[in-house]
Design a protein around this ligand. Structure first.
Ligand code: HSE
Length: 417
């Protein structure tokens, strides 16, 4: 069988990681030939040997290749590169979730038109299989809900914070290890996980890619003390992205949550990602594995390349029906239980004030604890609430914040998995 001729575009952490795996001793590599690399500059961490180097990444499209592997990142230039490759009759493999989330429909339609494939296994969970499992192996299932820890960097940071490390030092470590995006704010502010859940939602619910107007919150305000208070109730803090389909449309969100420690995803530490699918035939189905880093991403990319090398008549994956556009549910209408952290003045009547505000908004307490005085003489009050609609909780928080006795407030939503 002829080898699949590959052109790699980009020469950063992920691209050099792919190259290293493609030239390593591995049976699958007999199927591939690396023809050229589009690299604007050399990378001291990897010697490409005698492989042809093109300084103009767009020149890779003109080479005698079967597939272009887009690893330049970003959105608009990547879109242009993928467009040109597809229009030139080349398959495209990409790890770029931002470009798939923002332009996936148009690019996949272009791939159809040109009778080539656009594959993106490593755009979600890096090498941990999720995309082709969802599009192929779960085909007989109706999927109701997808809940995923989809960002390796944030799980790495939260796991280390749980052990007492500081947010800043762990973020730098995640960057050194090659887990974070070139702009790490996309990891920590929840956007990267939002792109991934948007892609999974389209595949799971056989619908178009959602608009980005859903609730997205990052981990920037999570503090070590939140783990301590969560631990008192056998819970931990994670970042979760959720897609759920019901009669009112699609619920989509990406934000920190508190999870019971014995829940399916809570035990996943470090750079691991995990997804729970709620399905009709398999019930709860889980996947978990490394979600970032060059080795993991190379694993996902090579799975796509291998699928292409075997591709003759049947396509490697089934794409969703983009014409179906279920409405996005309003986040303010969703119902959660909440962890509420308040830093308040240590004065008589403050607990009564808090109780009154919660009662005024029909928010029930599940548990309330007043902790020891802080160094600044204020006291932390930690409340776990009964279920309440998001909009009502936001109004109650505003009411609390309007009192000078309340110095700080924060909520984390509690997820029952
Ligand atoms: N920066 C991403 C993460 C890489 O940390 O999950 C994999 O998509």
């Amino acid at each position: 069988m002829a080898k699949l001729k590959i052109g790699i575009c980009g020469w950063g952490n992920v691209a050099t990681g792919l190259y290293e795996q493609l030239v390593s001793e591995n049976e699958a590599n007999a199927n591939f030939e690396i023809c050229c690399i589009g690299a604007r500059r050399d990378n001291p961490i990897c010697d490409p040997g005698s492989t042809k180097i093109l300084r103009d990444i767009f020149a890779v499209v003109e080479e005698d290749i079967d597939v272009l592997v887009e690893l330049i990142g970003g959105v608009e230039t990547a879109k242009e590169l993928i467009t040109r490759a597809l229009n030139s009759g080349k398959h495209v493999v990409t790890a770029n979730k931002a470009v798939i989330f923002e332009h996936g429909e148009e690019l996949i339609e272009l791939a159809f038109k040109n009778k080539v494939q656009l594959l993106f296994e490593s755009a979600v969970c890096a090498g941990t299989p999720a995309i082709k499992i969802l599009s192929n192996d779960l085909i007989a299932n109706k999927i109701f809900k997808v809940a995923g820890m989809l960002n390796g960097t944030t799980n790495f940071i939260l796991s280390k914070m749980e052990e007492g490390a500081s947010y800043e030092s762990v973020l730098q470590e995640a960057q050194r290890k090659g887990y974070a995006e070139p702009d790490p704010s996309l990891d920590v502010n929840g956007t990267d996980a939002a792109h991934k859940i948007g892609i999974l939602a389209a595949l799971a619910f056989n619908s178009g890619l959602p608009s980005p107007n859903f609730y997205i919150e990052g981990i920037e305000n999570i503090q070590t003390q939140d783990f301590t208070y969560a631990n008192d109730f056998n819970m931990t803090v994670k970042h979760l992205a959720v897609a759920q389909l019901n009669e009112n449309g699609v619920e989509l969100r990406s934000h920190p949550v508190m999870l019971r420690k014995d829940s399916s995803l809570a035990g996943l530490k470090g750079v691991r990602n995990g997804i729970q699918f709620d399905t009709n035939l398999l019930g709860e189905f889980h996947i978990a594995g490394s979600g970032a880093g060059k080795e993991s991403t190379a694993s996902g990319l090579i799975s796509d390349l291998f699928a292409l090398s075997r591709y003759s008549k049947s396509p490697p994956m089934l794409y969703p029906d983009f014409s179906s556009k279920p409405p996005l549910q309003n986040f303010d209408d969703l119902i959660f239980k909440y962890y509420v952290y308040l830093e308040v003045k240590d004065e008589p009547g403050v607990l009564a004030l808090i109780s009154k505000i919660f009662a005024d908004h029909t928010i029930g307490f599940d548990k309330v604890i007043q902790k020891d005085q802080l160094e600044n003489n204020n006291v932390p009050v930690v409340i776990f609430t009964d279920p309440i609609v998001e909009s009502e909780m936001q109004i109650a928080l505003k009411a609390l914040d309007s009192h000078q006795e309340v110095l700080n407030s924060k909520i984390i939503r509690i997820e029952d998995l």
